[in-house]
Design a protein around this ligand. Sequence first.
Ligand code: RP5
Ligand code: MG
Ligand code: MG
Length: 273
Amino acid sequence: IFRHVMCRNELYPRSNIARYPVPDEFVFWSVPFADYSPPSYTAPHIGGQIWADPPLPSESFNPKWNHNNGQVNRQSFHGNYEIVGGCFPLNPMGRTGIRGRGLLGRWGPNHAADPIVTRWKRDEKDQKIQHPKTGKNILQMVAIQRSDNKLWAIPGGMVDPGENVSVTLKREFTEEALNFTDKSNMVEKFFQNGVHVYSGYVDDFRNTDNAWMETSALNFHDEDGTEVGRLELMAGDDATNVRWTDLDGQQLKLHANHADIVRDVVIKRNAHW
Ligand code: RP5
Ligand code: MG
Ligand code: MG
């Protein structure tokens, strides 16, 4: 069974708030934890942002939890979440050691999209390279280095209000990995052929008991390396670096649970891991 890790037992990012320690055996809400008294924290700078909800409780802000109203999808990929204390959505994966929204804009699920852009690793003669141990072809993925935690990650981002996930995937890739440098419509075409990989919870370091990340991850694969595979990458927006990264189970360390998500692509494409 899955237990979140990255959103427990640390200082909350960009704050000096310590999460209440949650041992493994007390993660799930179904296990009583009488002493549990997490601090409440909502980052001050998210107040009034258009991408953020108002504070709770509120007289005027009564969203339909567990619904998609077209502008904001408040449905979880993991079924209906509970509302506690009259108005607070409850993290379906369990305790995080902190209440409130932290850095996240939405109460409940915060929907993101993650484009996993891949090509085969090739030599100077353009031949696919096999890994000496497994004899399998090596997949490469476009990874960005996040400016917030310096970790390498899929170049994903939040779904804007009313935005279709397919648009978010392409937009975030263009912003973070291309810095808007591609002026052709090749990328546009390339992003029409996505293969669904994962929909669900992200073990993100910003998650709280009342707000958490969920994502839709799709794989966009350049089989012969003639499309996005040969584009010049350039980091932009909240990415400080970008590169083609070999996908190798022994070496790969990524933000949140991105490595687990990426592994599914590797298995589907029968590549080295
Ligand atoms: C991760 O954070 C998601 O999987 C996605 O990659 C990303 C979205 O947040 P920002 O990059 O906009 O901070 O949890
Ligand atoms: Mg972004
Ligand atoms: Mg991002």
